[in-house]
Every structure is written in C-alpha cells, then in structure tokens.
Design a protein around this ligand. Structure first.
Ligand code: AMP
Length: 422
C-alpha cells in the first residue's frame, strides 16, 4: 500500500505550537471571560455594522444542518460577544461596571500574508458602565506601560475622536456631500458606501480614493462641546502620564460601533511590513443598547497576538522552565522518578520528569533547553545509595542530596526552595 499523503492545514489557518502558546500566556495576567467561537451572524451584522468590510466580505458564515436555523458566523472579533454575554448572563444588572478580558482565535476571510491570517489571535479588555475619560485614559496608560515592559519595537499610538450621536450625523452629511462632489475619483465600493454609510469612505484602501480622502473634512471640526470636552480630558490625562500619541484625524476603525475615543497601535517588527497595527480600540457608548440592552457605555481594546509576538521580543521570551527536571538514567529509576515528581508537585513546585533511556549528557541537554533551574539525577549509584544528585544548571555545580526514596516529598522540596528561592 502506498504511503498516505500528508493533509495540510487550510490556507490561512495555522497552528500555534507550545513554544508560542507559552509566550502568550505571559500576556494573560488578568481575569478572563471565555466566549464561544460561533455566534449568530446577526450579532455581528448589528454590532460591527452591515456596511463594514468585516461583515460585507470577511466573515466565515454558514448554515448549520438544520436549514431553519439562523446563519452562524465564526467570530471576527469579540467585543460583540462580550456585550452579548454581559446582557445574556444578567451581569448588566448585577455588576453594571464590569471589567472583562478575553483571549482567543478570531476569523476573518482576508487575503492571507505574513502577519495577516484567516485565524488569528487577540487578547482584549472591555470596561463596561463607564463613560468618563478616566476609563479611556487608564486603558491607554496600561497599554503604553505594557508595550514598554515587553519591549515592543517602534510603538506608536494614534488617537482620534469619532464624535457621538449628537454630532456625528452632521459630519456624516458633510462627508457625503464631499464624496458626491468627488464621485468620479472614487471606486465603486465607495459609491455604495456613500449611499449607505459615508463614514466607511475613510476605510477605503484604493490609492485613488485615499488621495481624495486626504482632503475630506475631518470629524474633529464637527465635534460637539461634550465630545470635545471628553477628548480634551483623555488627552490631558495621557499628557500628565507622559504617554506619547499622535492625533490621526482620519482614523475611524473599521467597525461601526465606535464613538468618541478611537485609537490604533502601530509597531515595527521583523516581517510585519504593512501589517503593522498590533492593536486598536475605543469607546462604544451605543453598543449595549444596540444589542437590546439598557443605555450602558463602554470602552475597550484588542491586541493582535500574532503580530505582537513579531514586534515584542520580550512578549516572545519563553517563560521560565520548571524549577527541577527529574532525569531517570535507567528503567529502574522510572518509578522513583515519578514518585519524586508527584511528591514535589504536591509540595507546589513546578517539576518535570523525562523518560529513561538516554545518556546523562542528552538528558542534561533537554533540561537546559527546557530552562529548568535544577536537574535531579537518578542513576544506579543514586538508587543504591538512596541519594539524588542535584545539579544546579545555572552554575553547573553538582550537589549530592540524601533523601529517603520512600518519602522524598517535603524534605527535598524544602531543600530545593532554600537552594533556589523557588
Ligand atoms: P481590529 O479590531 O480589526 O483593528 O483588530 C485588532 C488587532 O487584531 C489588529 O490591530 C491586529 O493586530 C489584529 N488583527 C486583525 N486582523 C488580523 C488578521 N487577519 N491577522 C492577524 N492579526 C489581525
């Protein structure tokens, strides 16, 4: 029989191997809401907007076997799901001011290239029930600090205000008139956008349209007094905390639910090239009501983890390995090795255990690669003497430690703690 051929992953869908997973876990130092990957399509149509690129062109949508059922979509983003969960779970009543975090895969049918995948990963945070500028500024300060901490390269925050329902309609109308006056220079998509949602003109990536849009009126000149005050306060708080940002008066974000503060974070990274947005977010004071809830404001962000790992060497630093890796040198050492690992884990230490059958040199190589602090060697000599050899992998010094093989737990754990401060 011929050897079966390998089945590759679907184009644009990729695997995240353990190494990269562990990079990401270091980013997740906060609470989490776990959301489903599938939602009803109408959730995104309503929240993200019928006329956005995401809903018009990029969603993976299908009908389940039961043709009567409503169409489903692999989530292209998670803010809509967070708000749905906030309403459906009743959190909106129990804890109106909720701070929720999520992480996981998102799906968009974009043209795959480096830094742009059809399944990609985001981590995001949402603050619901707060309409004050402090909430916006706090998130941005946190983000700026975070990018410093992981040494993200060339980070650049762009900021704009999109106005609200009291001032945006007038701006929309100004933009529509401007578009109509430049109709011949705009693409077919933009003609449609003009009819249905002129703000989406600002998303167009066609070079001819971009030239026209450069000259279009900007929202800032139409902001009402309340939106101006909110934006000024966000900026003053960022200045106070020395968070650098640039105003980008043409920044709109590709989703309809944003109002007031909108921001995008750009970075430099190996191979990032044009896909240099590592995150974005903003305020969405109308979204909860749009999804059938009460009038509750919100603000949040999402970071693209695939791209962040390319831009931030320290975010991509592998986590520290186990405190100790137990190395049985021969089959007779396997059972005591497992016993030792279990007892040390019971004592709360992070330890690993390797299979027997390799040379000491090979096993020490494994321990180094796994960034273990100590290697606990169990060979024939150790078994006979009831003693382990513990090698400090940082200083390469061997230390003999006696312990009774029957009851190796607390005593060795104490010793390891004292030695390595674990
Ligand atoms: P958005 O809300 O569309 O601005 O997405 C937030 C972040 O997710 C972006 O700044 C990117 O870092 C990341 N992102 C969005 N789409 C993709 C994609 N197709 N592939 C990889 N990352 C993406």
């Amino acid at each position: 029989m011929s050897k079966p051929s390998a089945i590759p992953a679907v184009r644009g869908f990729r695997d995240i191997l353990p190494e990269e997973c562990s990079h990401w876990q270091t980013l997740y130092g906060f609470g989490e809401v776990r959301l489903p990957i599938l939602e009803r399509s109408d959730l995104f149509a309503r929240a993200v907007g019928e006329t956005t690129d995401i809903v018009e062109k990029e969603m993976f949508s299908f009908r389940d076997r039961d043709k009567e059922e409503t169409p489903l979509t692999l989530r292209p983003e998670a803010t809509a799901s967070v708000v749905r969960a906030y309403l459906e779970s009743g959190l909106v009543h129990r804890e109106r001011q909720a701070r929720l975090f999520y992480t996981g895969p998102m799906f968009r049918r974009e043209r795959p290239q480096r830094g742009r995948y059809r399944q990609f990963y985001q981590i995001g945070a949402e603050v619901l029930g707060r309409d004050d500028a402090l909430a916006d500024a706090e998130l941005l300060v946190w983000l700026a600090r975070y990018f410093d901490r992981v040494a993200a390269r060339g980070v650049h925050i762009e900021l704009n205000s999109l106005g609200d329902e009291s001032c945006r309609p007038a701006y929309r109308e100004r933009l529509r008139k401007f578009g109509l006056a430049h109709l011949e220079a705009l693409c077919g998509d933009c003609h449609r956008r003009l009819e249905r949602n002129p703000l989406r003109l600002l998303d167009c990536k066609v070079p001819g349209c971009r030239e026209v849009i450069e000259r279009a009126p900007v929202m800032r000149d139409s902001l009402c007094a309340a939106c101006t005050a909110h934006f000024d306060e966000v900026r003053a708080l960022l200045d106070q905390e020395h968070v650098p940002y640039a105003l980008n008066l043409r920044l709109v974000r590709g989703l309809d639910y944003y109002d007031r503060t909108a921001f995008e974070i750009l970075a430099e990274g190996e191979g990032l090239g044009a896909q240099n947005a590592i995150g974005g977010g903003g305020r969405y004071d109308g979204l909860v009501a749009m999804l059938g809830g009460p009038d509750v404001p919100g603000v949040g962000f999402a970071l693209g983890l695939d791209r962040l790992a390319m831009a931030a060497p320290r975010a991509a630093d592998p986590e520290r390995g186990p405190v100790a890796l137990i190395l049985p040198l021969e089959p007779a050492a396997v059972a005591p090795a497992l016993q030792l690992a279990t007892r040390l884990r019971d004592e709360g230490l992070s330890v690993g255990v390797e299979p027997a059958g390799r040379s000491l040199k090979a096993l020490l190589g494994v321990a180094n690669r796994r960034r273990a602090r100590l290697a606990v060697i169990l060979g024939p000599e150790e078994l006979a003497a009831g003693r382990a050899t513990v090698r400090d992998l940082v200083s390469s010094v061997d230390r003999r430690h006696a312990f009774a093989l029957e009851t190796p737990g607390p005593e060795l754990a104490r010793w390891i703690r004292a030695e390595v401060g674990a």
